[in-house]
Design a protein around this ligand. Structure first.
Ligand SMILES: C[S@@+](CC[C@H](N)C(=O)[O-])C[C@H]1O[C@@H](n2cnc3c(N)ncnc32)[C@H](O)[C@@H]1O
Length: 501
């Protein structure tokens, strides 16, 4: 036994770390380990007989008794069942579906422990990209408690083992549907709509869609609540449009009075993606009942959000993030402000209020339409262009030549597409706010910006997704000293005018 094993009473790795012949079947055994690090999905990892062991409900550095749940060729999956010396930040998860649902993997930690976990994940993302010198700074808390912050929820339709129709969340590490009527993180308004939806789907006997056989109808409902008005927009995602869906929409709108509108998206494809794009690249939605959009207000600016548009799930913290981004960018009147991946125009319009003008780029044409409408409604000078950032950047470069623009860049989880960093650098931006919900993709992109000569500031974290391992990060990149005349700004065009509409 190694010195470490004897000191720790054999907690930790088995002595032989080399990957050996297939392990004896483990599932009925309890392993004694000390997990080492957080993984991006909120499990903790250690090694067992040369294979990664992923532990649900574990905490790095805490001795853990782990029940093996699945033994694969490349990894072992387990669940924490006890500890002789519980970690000081360990708490009892408040939700009785914590283990089966899997939506809140860090609910076994208090707020301090959760913040530590996210800090470690951000640190790991930077270190992995060779950015060990970049500091991880302030952690901006989610306003209020760690509960009822979530304004978007996906409610799946499936079968229970008995064959009865079930409505709820997909299970931890599987696609079983778990009823979650008391979901602690959804807003009370969303819970009301979730309950009505579950009731009507079961009452009307609407079967889940099976992509393999083409049988059944409904896959999931995506529900989005407005923090400002309490209204909820529902998008039903179904394999086909049958008459029952129109009736379901009617029933939902009349029984849950906070439902503003119900839309339908058809997805009959294989795989687990919720939305699919048609040949035109657009996510098609059809109105069933009610209004097409809900209203949101952020930092005094009104927005419209439609079915399929991106809008942050934690609007109270998103408001703090936008204000902090505008402040950190040190925008001034006359600056050329460009918001890439702009969604419904949140940051673009808040920035344009200071600079006097902004240009937003977004690939979802409905979101661009909403952004233009918001610019008109709020009487803010801004243009919005529909298109993929990677395609639109060369055209923007021509318009902004010599003007050292100020940028905000907020890509999807995968980070920037190949070639986008180079195209951004070609704009000669004087300053960039890079916003990301994926520390690994962020590390990769920041390393490219550093290579191109940008100075990387401190990473600030925003607790956008309490109880999960995800965190939103903001970092300011400083370009080379000014060469252009940013105060001139680009040639103004009419509000709402766009190069592609
Ligand atoms: C993380 S969201 C940010 C939206 C917005 N900044 C906000 O905070 O509300 C990313 C946005 O980028 C859009 N998007 C994803 N890939 C894109 C691409 N290649 N070009 C343009 N927009 C894209 C998505 O539709 C989504 O609206």
């Amino acid at each position: 036994m190694s010195e470490r094993d004897s000191k720790q009473g054999n907690w930790g790795r088995p002595r032989d770390d080399r990957r050996g012949p297939p392990l004896l079947r483990l599932p009925d055994r309890e392993l004694r380990v000390i997990p080492e690090r957080w993984m991006p999905r909120g499990e903790v990892e250690t090694q067992w007989a040369g294979r990664p062991l992923m532990v649900w409900q574990g905490i790095p550095g805490e001795k853990a008794l782990v029940k093996v749940e699945h033994q694969g060729l490349n990894q072992i999956l387990g669940r924490w069942v006890g500890s002789p010396e519980p970690h000081p930040h360990r708490v009892e998860p408040v939700c009785d579906k914590y283990t089966t649902c899997g939506g809140c993997p860090l609910m076994h930690l208090d707020a301090h422990g959760q913040a530590d976990a996210r800090r470690q994940l951000v640190r790991a993302g930077l270190d992995q990209a060779g950015l060990s010198d970049v500091r991880v700074g302030e952690f901006h808390k989610s306003p209020g408690t760690l509960r009822e912050f979530r304004h978007i929820i996906k409610v799946a339709v499936g079968y229970a083992d008995s064959g009865r129709i079930r409505v709820g969340a997909w299970g931890r590490r599987n696609r079983h549907v778990i009823p979650i009527p008391d979901c602690h993180v959804a807003t009370p308004g969303l819970r009301k709509v979730m309950a009505a939806f579950a009731h009507h789907v079961i009452d009307m006997n609407i079967h889940p869609f099976d992509a393999v056989t083409g049988q059944g109808v409904l896959r999931v409902a995506v529900m989005r609540a407005s923090r400002s008005t309490g209204e909820v927009l529902v998008t039903l995602v179904a394999g086909r449009h049958v008459r029952e869906l129109d009736e379901l929409a009617e029933r939902l709108a009349s029984s849950a009075t906070n439902v503003a509108g119900v839309w339908l998206h058809i997805n009959d494809g294989p795989g687990n993606a919720i939305f699919t794009r048609g040949d035109s690249g657009v996510v098609g939605v059809t109105p069933l009942v009610g209004k097409p959009t809900i209203d949101e207000v952020q930092n005094g600016i009104s927005y419209k959000v439609g079915s399929g548009d991106f809008f942050q799930t934690n609007p109270a913290l998103a408001e703090i993030l936008s204000a902090r981004t505008i402040e950190a960018l040190r925008l001034e009147p006359g600056n050329a402000f460009v918001d890439l991946y702009c969604g419904v125009g949140g940051l673009a319009l808040q920035g344009a209020r200071v600079s006097g003008w902004a240009l937003g780029v977004e690939e979802v044409d409905g979101a661009v339409a909403r952004a233009k409408e918001a610019a008109r409604f709020n009487k803010i000078q801004a243009e919005f262009t529909t298109g993929k950032v990677e395609d639109v950047l060369p055209e923007i470069a021509k318009r902004l030549a010599g003007r050292s623009p100020i940028l905000s860049v907020n890509p999807a989880r995968r980070g920037l597409e190949p070639g986008v960093v180079e195209a951004i650098v070609a704009l000669k931006p004087r300053r960039i706010a890079y916003i990301s919900c994926n520390p690994r993709a962020m590390g990769r992109d920041l390393a490219l910006f550093r290579e191109a000569g940008f100075e990387i500031g401190e990473v600030e974290m925003f607790d956008m997704f309490p109880n999960t391992a995800h965190v939103e990060c903001l970092v300011i990149l400083e370009g080379a000293p000014d060469t252009g005349d940013a105060r001139r700004g680009p040639q103004r065009r009419l509000v709402g005018a766009s190069s592609k509409t």
